[in-house]
Write a protein that binds this ligand. Structure first.
Ligand code: C2O
Ligand code: CU
Ligand code: CU
Length: 479
């Protein structure tokens, strides 16, 4: 059983290996105040420190849970970096197995990217220098070790990162961190009868991806945020391993999406529901000026192989919002046009590549065989460079997936989705992405402006972490 052989899991409770008592073994009634992560601001050359460690977290009533985090018990600080600067951090690791810090969505060279070729070994440190040059946006960071990413993220090695752009025009959006600008890292987890987090992907939970029965937002079960009676910006990150969310408010209120993976949208888009696939981010602005408390819900995740899995069920609660009349709203009118949104300019594509995501090898693995999930017939092999791209060239990538939806992610850049199942996509509505949820065939326009050599190549992969760990990943260089 590959998830049990090393220190990481050994250090948590042995009951991790027992079947989960799903649901209500512990009183997990939710409603605690939304935790607002500490900010690690690296602007102006401040040196940061991020050390992977094990810890104990109070997530359930009356029992503590062994977790992992970066310089904290679970998850990590919200890191803020500034465009035009080099952000510097010292990365450490006190866990008994290699971890990494991958800067998901960051336009940085392969050597800085924190993928599986650049681990932080136990009790060693690594200096990270990140040349920040991309539009303001909401990114995240997480461990990214071959065959271990799912376990690492599940136990807590993931956090949010914000890129600020001092030269961009002021978007006019709410921006007081923790007051009207809230980070929301949404994750689902399973707890065992002793309160331990349980991560045992096998059989169907390997094939469909591993889902939890409890929802955490910033590490707390279905918490409550206290917000001013005005416009509040929510930076949503789907930091789950496999669950796709279909967010909506219980009272059906509409809200505006203002940002996506790669930055702000040119124009705020009104909607009442928002689907967020794995690793995707969305910034939304919600009007709380009516003073009413409201719950944020998600529709059921039905993403499973045909005939498999039973993900049916109704909407479930993510968190709740209570309006605090003592907090002064800074903005009371909904956003419209957004100044400072990136203006994509991809130029003409010179090449086409196709990527076919396949789960058959996973079926074999599920039955005890040695198969892996594949892209273009190959499982991830650290020693094989699957593709070579040229610096500055624009390409069209066609990604196809059968059986279920797969969130396809590419390192080192942002791309534009140009079609889904042959239907053209409106770029102004979707914005710049680094993950595209593929349900059939999607085409993206992509260009690489940073280098990655064979010693530290970029990855492309399915961001259902159990699929990634089972081999649905490839690597490429840019020169
Ligand atoms: Cu979010 Cu290859 O990663
Ligand atoms: Cu990434
Ligand atoms: Cu997948």
């Amino acid at each position: 059983m590959r998830f049990t052989r090393r220190g990481f899991i050994k250090a948590t409770s042995a009951s991790v290996f027992l079947p989960a008592i799903i649901g209500r073994a512990w009183a997990a009634e939710g409603g605690a105040p939304l935790p607002i992560p500490d900010v690690m601001d690296l602007a102006g050359g401040t040196m940061g420190e991020l050390t992977a460690q094990l810890g104990k977290s109070q997530m359930l009533q009356g029992v503590s849970t062994e977790t992992a985090g970066y310089s904290q018990a679970f998850s990590g600080p919200v890191i803020r970096v500034k465009r035009g600067e080099t952000a510097r951090l010292k990365l450490g690791n006190t866990i008994a197995e290699p971890v990494s810090v991958h800067w998901h969505g960051m336009h940085i060279e392969g050597a800085q990217d924190g993928g599986p070729h650049t681990p932080v070994l136990p009790n060693e440190t690594l200096d990270a220098a990140l040349d920040i040059d991309q539009p303001a946006t909401t990114l995240w960071y997480h461990s990214h070790i071959m065959e271990r990413t799912g376990a690492h993220v599940w136990y807590g090695l993931a956090g949010m990162l914000l890129v600020d752009d001092p030269d961009a025009a002021d978007s006019g959006l709410p921006s007081t961190y923790g007051e009207d600008d809230l980070p929301l890292v949404v994750q689902d987890r399973i707890f065992g009868s002793d309160g331990a987090m349980v991560y045992t992907p096998r059989g169907p939970s390997l094939m469909h991806g591993y889902r939890g029965s409890e929802i955490l937002v910033n590490g707390a079960i279905r918490p409550e945020a206290s917000v001013p009676a005005g416009m509040v910006r929510l930076r949503l990150l789907n930091g789950s391993n496999a669950r796709i969310y279909h967010f909506h408010f219980e009272d059906g209120r509409s809200f505006h999406q203002v940002g996506t993976d790669g930055g702000l949208l040119p124009e705020a888009a009104a909607m009442t529901g928002l689907t967020l696939g794995l690793a995707e981010r969305a910034e939304i602005v919600v009007d709380f000026s009516d003073g009413a408390a409201v719950r944020l819900l998600s529709g059921a995740d039905t993403n499973a192989m045909m005939g498999g899995g039973s993900n049916a069920g109704g909407a479930f609660e993510i968190m709740q919002f209570a309006v605090n009349p003592g907090l002064a709203p800074k903005l009371t009118t909904p956003p419209a046009m957004l100044a400072g949104a990136p203006v994509p300019d991809f130029g003409e594509p010179v090449r086409r590549r196709s990527f076919r995501l396949d789960m058959m090898g996973g079926m074999m693995r599920m039955r005890g065989g040695g198969g892996g999930m594949t892209i273009n017939g190959a499982s991830m092999d650290m020693a094989v460079i699957n593709e070579q791209a040229t610096l500055g060239e624009t390409e069209i990538w066609q990604i196809s997936a059968s059986e279920m939806q797969h969130p396809f992610h590419v390192h080192g850049t942002s791309f534009q989705v140009i079609s889904q199942n042959g239907v053209p996509v409106d770029a102004a509505k979707v914005g710049l992405k680094d993950v595209v949820l593929v349900n059939g065939t999607a085409e993206i326009l992509i260009r690489f402006n940073r280098k990655a050599d064979a010693a530290a190549p970029y990855m492309y992969h399915c961001h259902i972490l159990e699929h990634e760990d089972a081999g649905m990943m490839g690597q490429f260089t840019v020169a």
